[in-house]
Design a protein around this ligand. Structure first.
Ligand SMILES: [Zn+2]
Length: 470
């Protein structure tokens, strides 16, 4: 096994990833999407970086059990279902399917288990009962149950937040306040484990020892993580915005229920900005995968752009960056075509490069092993490709697999499918414009082809046309 090193949010140190369990299988839990709308590129940056980590660990010889949940009970899903006058289940199943379709387009490996909160209410109730028995939680007069923060002195150990300086906790960064104006909590810091039924919940409720209601958001991750991965897990991932309060609350719930350490290693990815600005609905920059497709960028380009910054730095997502990603992929594709032809090789869809012996030192792999440095890895790949010495095909495949771009570079039919004549005409005009160094015109034509669903891959003395995947 090749040891991977990774920054741990809790210790603020880069540490070796060494499996805790005797079976050497790494237990990884990542907080998944809330299925009420399209996931946007900020969400996908997080899921893609987790995917690169997942692929790196597999390739380095680790055994991995990867769990990513689906949040299908919260204010947003309940409101969405009500507005459409459909059941919560059919509403969230539809958005889950859309999420899966986007993940597939982006070539994100599916998790080993993808538990849904609504299918695990019994497990959540059982954990809340344990917390009440151990005096870490209490039921209020209205039938809601709260976690007693004063019973857990370690609260805040992950984010190093001082509880005394806290305002009232929020349900989540985008959601509504967590019954903050209720008077029956012992302390304003106590957060809800179970929410008593309110008329606005409509037909969404479960029976519990405390009456009708629904679980609070935080408890699902604790209950499902313990169920599928055991009491202590190796790695827990999520966007940095989940660090507080969601992950602090997960720690409090799980450690108080089990009496054991919950997570050894915390993996958080930083925010995304768009053209230097915060992402927000009002700025209209919460782009989804289909928004970008409509602007002529395919999933491979989006994937490449979103993983290309270091996960611990804010990524400024720009259209210039997308263009650069597309051109980098074209260069890689040309190299792959060239190497495949030279070696008279094609690759099997299921080829997993687990047992590759790396030429040492392989600086591109080393960059990934050392705190998942994707930008450095990409730089090393391109300098190796530019080098007179050819990179070996197997090696390049392994790197592309870890970065999750192998599907776009290796598995697609290398010979383009039949090209309609208008597309062929535009591509020929573009090639001519490029030859005349009229780059504005050649970019304009490339964009136009993209809008029509075709990608141009330039090679040394010609180009290929590819139909975009989605
Ligand atoms: Zn979570």
């Amino acid at each position: 096994m090749n040891i991977v090193r990774l920054y741990n949010t809790q210790s603020r140190q880069i540490e070796d990833i060494v499996p805790l369990n005797p079976d050497k299988i790494l237990r990884i839990y990542c907080c998944g999407p809330t299925v009420y709308n399209y996931a946007h590129i900020g969400n996908f940056r997080t899921f893609l970086l987790q995917d690169v980590l997942h692929r790196l660990l597999l390739t380095m010889g680790y055994g991995v059990k990867f769990v990513r949940n689906i949040t299908d009970i919260d204010d947003k899903t309940i409101r969405g279902a009500q507005q459409e006058n459909v059941s919560l289940r059919s509403f969230t199943e539809r958005w889950t399917d859309i999420f899966h379709r986007d993940c597939e387009a982006l070539n994100i490996l599916p998790p080993d288990v993808e538990p849904k909160a609504a299918s695990h209410v019994a497990e959540q109730i059982a954990m809340i009962e344990t917390l009440i028995q151990k005096k870490h939680a209490y039921a209020a007069a209205d039938g809601s149950v709260y976690f007693r923060l004063s019973s857990f002195p370690d609260y805040g150990k992950l984010s190093r937040i001082d509880i005394k300086q806290l305002a009232t906790q929020n349900e989540n960064s985008a959601g509504r306040t967590n019954l903050a104006d209720e008077y029956d909590r012992d302390s304003v810091h106590d957060f809800a484990l179970w929410k008593a039924y309110k008329a606005e919940d409509g037909d969404v409720f479960w029976e519990s020892p405390w009456g009708k209601g629904r679980p609070g958001w935080h408890i699902e991750c604790s209950a499902m993580s313990v169920k599928y991965l055991g009491e202590t897990i190796d790695i827990h991932g999520g966007g940095i915005d989940l660090c507080f309060p969601h992950h602090e609350n997960e720690i409090a719930q799980t450690e108080c229920a089990t009496g054991k350490l919950f997570v050894k290693h915390w993996f958080h990815s930083e925010h995304l900005q768009v053209e230097g600005q915060k992402m927000s609905k009002s700025l209209g920059n919460l782009f989804t995968l289909s928004d970008l497709k409509n602007k002529g960028y395919d999933a491979s380009t989006v994937r490449y752009a979103l993983i290309s910054g270091h996960y611990r730095q804010i990524l400024n997502f720009t259209f210039a960056g997308l263009d650069a990603a597309r051109s980098a992929l074209s260069k890689l594709k040309a190299k792959v075509v060239n190497l495949c032809e030279k070696n008279n090789l094609s690759f099997d869809e299921n080829f997993l490069p687990k047992n590759i012996t790396y030429h040492s030192p392989n600086s591109a792999i080393e960059a990934l092993k050392n705190d998942l440095n994707v930008p450095k890895c990409l730089g090393e790949i391109f300098s190796a490709l530019n080098d007179a010495q050819n990179m070996e095909l197997q090696e390049l495949y392994a790197l592309c697999f870890i970065l999750g771009i192998e599907k776009f570079l290796f598995h697609r039919d290398l010979k383009a499918i039949e090209v309609p004549s208008d597309i062929a005409e535009l591509a020929a005009q573009r090639w001519q414009a490029k030859g005349n160094k009229n780059f504005d015109e050649s970019d304009r034509l490339r964009q136009l082809l993209g809008e029509k669903g075709w990608n141009v891959v330039d090679q040394k003395d010609g180009y290929e046309l590819e139909k975009m995947d989605f």
